[in-house]
Design a protein. Structure first.
Length: 265
């Protein structure tokens, strides 16, 4: 324990890890989550969520998965899709619990078998690709498009959820055949000043805080310095709590934020 006891916290509130209990339901994040849920539950085929680095896409992917009942959905989460085609398909099958080997054709057949097996069980198959901008091999984009051909006359057998940075959106838009398959798309913006203040309060409360730690002006300065990007807010707030603890401060004021901002850059 470092500064937690000084501030009356049970845990560090601003860790940059995708812990679903720290999912903050801002209006924009809730809209994104509802769009994702609708796309999955309505079997829309392909869904795309984009946002700047650190906007909370990974945390949203975990929040989405928690909302999907395990008995109804067979989910493959691909947190790092930087494979060639065969490796990508192998990873998808592995995340579905299948240790697969063989050629690309063999892997596609095994995936198709799993989709049909899930259909017979009354389950839907969902592939969630995080950090999709890391896909370097355009053949994977073609394979994603072909995966969406796994369908019956009245429904898709597979729902593909793709999350990535803005350049991923541009890449998909340039691939017309894949872009036309994306039924739902949403771009996640940074927080507003009001959302930033609420976010900071929410994270502190979730970590056990029973009082206001950041002054109103401090939270606004954090918004200005962070650009409303959750990851930047976390980094800055964490350092503010450390500096405040070292200073034995009772609150985090603008002067502490300014000092932290110099170190964060």
């Amino acid at each position: 324990m470092h500064y937690e006891e000084h501030w009356g916290l049970d845990a560090p509130p601003f860790e940059n890890v995708p812990d679903p209990k720290y999912y903050f339901p801002s209006p924009k994040h809730e809209e994104a989550l509802h769009r994702l849920l609708y796309g999955v539950e309505a079997r829309k085929g392909a869904i795309m969520l984009t946002g700047e680095i650190g906007c909370g896409k990974t945390l949203l992917s975990r929040a989405l998965i928690l909302q999907l009942a395990k008995q109804k959905y067979d989910i493959a989460l691909i947190p790092n899709p930087s494979f060639e085609v065969t490796g990508f398909l192998t990873e998808v099958l592995y995340q579905l619990g299948i240790n697969a080997t063989g050629s690309k054709v063999d892997l596609v057949h095994q995936l198709n078998d799993r989709l049909l097996e899930n259909k017979k069980k009354g389950m839907d198959t969902v592939i969630v690709i995080d950090e999709a901008q890391a896909i370097e091999d355009d053949q994977i984009f073609e394979e994603l498009r072909l995966l969406l051909n796994f369908q019956l006359n009245d429904r898709f057998l597979l729902t593909l959820v793709m999350m990535g940075q803005p350049e991923f959106r541009e890449h998909v838009m340039a691939l017309k055949q894949l872009s036309q398959r994306v039924a739902i798309r949403y771009h996640l913006p940074p927080f507003s000043a009001e959302d930033t203040a609420s976010y900071i309060h929410f994270r502190l409360k979730t970590a056990g805080s029973k009082r206001e730690i950041f002054t109103k002006y401090a939270t606004f300065r954090i918004f200005q310095q962070s650009g409303g990007i959750p990851r930047n807010i976390n980094t800055l707030c964490d350092l503010c709590l450390l500096l405040g603890y070292i200073d034995k401060a009772e609150k985090i004021d603008v002067s502490i934020v300014e000092r932290a901002a110099v170190d964060v850059g």
